[in-house]
Design a protein around this ligand. Structure first.
Ligand code: MLT
Length: 238
């Protein structure tokens, strides 16, 4: 769904005797121009309000994983859901890691910029308002959303981060004074200890963001309590 196909061109079928560009070549150029740069495999579901949720799945997920969650959080918002481009043992992720919780920072920064550029291109392509875009990330998806806030804050005015940690400590503190963030942590999360979520909350808060943190009696998995609390926060944001 929602991907542009480039149709094949065979210039030999259109010898350039007329001096004009072959028709198929011109069409292919047009199709290429209409593609997003950079592009991700993604789903885009139009909404009935001017809000768009950027859905970012966890390790091993894909572009369809969080569609139902997005609808649950806001039945009227448009949904943009890319699939992470990195494969770890066949499992899609948004950036490379060296071990659990140990990130390849060069790749993380490169992928963060690529995702931010995709979001900007998608806003133009689908015609949604980029100043009303809210990331909804889970685990690895929450971590790249946090990385976007730190590296490309202009691309993301708000974020819901389920089970997030500090992706990296920036050399220059971003200005997040107009950014709002909701975070949900699991008190028994074996992958992302609650201290990590707190450290990220502090980092974002020190950069000026309005941060809400909620702790849930849960592990790494998402619970209904997380979803209900995030929905309440999102509704109040309107
Ligand atoms: C990450 O790699 O982003 C975090 O360790 C969460 C995970 O995906 O397991």
């Amino acid at each position: 769904m929602a991907r542009w196909a480039v149709f094949p061109v065979n210039d030999t079928q259109f010898p350039a005797q007329t001096g004009h560009k072959p028709v198929a070549t011109r069409f292919a150029k047009l199709a290429l121009d209409m593609r997003m740069h950079p592009d991700f495999i993604h789903e885009f579901v139009p909404g009935t309000s001017n809000r768009t949720l950027l859905l970012l799945h966890g390790t091993g997920g894909n572009e369809r994983d969080l569609i139902a969650l997005g609808r649950e959080l806001d039945p009227n918002a448009a949904l943009l859901s890319p699939r992470g481009k990195v494969l770890e043992n066949g499992m899609p992720r948004f950036f490379r890691r060296l071990a659990e919780g140990v990130f390849d920072l060069e790749d993380l920064k490169h992928r963060t910029n690529e995702l931010a550029d995709f979001v900007i291109a998608a806003a133009q392509h689908y015609g949604f308002a980029s100043d009303n875009l809210i990331a909804v990330g889970y685990s690895n998806g929450a971590n790249i959303a946090a990385s976007m806030l730190l590296l490309r804050p202009e691309a993301l005015p708000a974020a819901i981060l389920f089970r997030a940690m500090v992706p990296f400590y920036p050399e220059t503190q971003p200005n997040l004074s107009s950014v709002r963030v909701w975070m949900g942590a699991g008190t028994n999360d074996p992958i992302i200890p609650i201290s990590e979520t707190r450290a990220l909350a502090e980092l974002l808060h020190n950069a000026g963001a309005d941060v809400t943190v909620r702790n849930f009696q849960a592990g790494h998995e998402l619970t209904m309590a997380d979803v209900e609390a995030a929905r309440e926060w999102l509704t109040a944001l309107q």
